[in-house]
Design a protein around this ligand. Structure first.
Ligand SMILES: Nc1ncnc2c1ncn2[C@@H]1O[C@H](COP(=O)(O)OP(=O)(O)OP(=O)(O)O)[C@@H](O)[C@H]1O
Ligand SMILES: [Mg+2]
Length: 269
């Protein structure tokens, strides 16, 4: 477990403080602190409904929090929209990927970008950049001119992640990137996450698969019932400890509502 206030890892790239979010009567997040450091892969785990996706969407500018503050490299930001989050260097890949099946890889990589930049990039230039990015990330596909419908799930996931790199982000958020993938495809995506880390990016990855988590993350944040139940350094923890934090095993059955601040609770950020 590491203390965010102690900052043994240097200056955090993205910090969330005291984030709460309700949907009507449902309190999805309560006073959540979160941080990810430069070049760090941070896992985000928790049971269904624990608040993981809601937290990611707040970092992505898709939801406005009811309370709390967000800092990018120490500067307070107001993520009023996904575009503003992109502008702050935060890119997100959701599970539904938002790729266009009938378009080829190059067109998908640049989809929605040319217009916003106010000019049309030349096709050859887009292809060159696409090949470059895929090479850096070690993503192998048969051709960048095939429609993405013809790619495997893992290849599609890799394209969706590679697409975020075109904007030179500081932080990449991945919501369940391996959920629908087989063994080989999962391996491809896990390798890609490590390539992003090598590039100095910060990665936040939601996963239900603790084996995957243990392979690629540096630390893991555990969510439980809308609260942060703990932050663990992956090298000095075990799957049992993390499952204990996910289920609240030390505080009785997970049906107990709103646990008191727990032994997992980290000091104030
Ligand atoms: N748009 C919404 N409207 C109403 N309630 C929502 C909305 N989004 C999330 N919630 C509720 O907030 C809580 C947290 O949901 P969230 O999707 O963040 O959980 P999660 O940890 O991502 O779960 P899962 O592992 O199932 O994806 C749940 O009780 C959920 O029903
Ligand atoms: Mg979710």
């Amino acid at each position: 477990m590491t203390d965010s206030a102690g900052m043994p890892y240097g200056h955090p790239r993205l910090v969330l403080k005291n984030i709460s979010k309700a949907f009507g009567a449902v309190q999805a997040l309560t006073n959540v602190d979160f941080e990810v450091l430069p070049g760090e892969v941070m896992g985000l785990v928790g049971d269904n409904g624990a608040g993981k996706s809601t937290l990611i969407k707040i970092m992505a500018g898709a939801y406005a929090p009811d309370t709390g503050e967000i800092f990018v490299e120490g500067t307070k930001v107001n993520l009023t929209s996904p575009q503003e989050a992109n502008h702050q260097g935060i890119e997100t890949v959701y599970q539904d990927l938002a790729l266009c099946d009938n378009l080829d890889v190059v067109k998908n990589m640049y989809l929605g970008r040319e217009a916003r930049q106010g000019f049309l990039l030349k096709d050859a230039e887009m292809e060159r950049r696409t090949l470059e990015v895929l090479k850096v990330l070690n993503v192998r596909i048969p051709s960048v001119r095939v429609p993405v419908a013809g790619l495997s799930g893992g290849q599609r996931q890799c394209i969706a992640v590679a697409k975020t790199i075109l904007r030179n982000p500081k932080v990449v958020l991945l919501d369940e990137p391996t959920a629908a993938l087989g063994v080989v495809q999962t391996r491809q995506v896990l390798n890609l996450i490590l390539r992003l880390k090598e590039q100095g990016l910060s990665v936040v990855v939601i996963s239900h698969n603790l084996r995957d988590v243990f392979e690629v993350v540096d630390r893991v944040t555990v969510m439980r019932l809308g609260r942060r139940a703990g932050v663990f350094d992956i090298k000095s923890t075990t799957q049992e400890k993390i499952i204990g934090a996910i289920t609240g095993a030390e505080f009785g059955p997970s049906t107990v509502p709103a646990p008191a601040p727990s032994a997992f609770e980290i000091g104030p950020a």
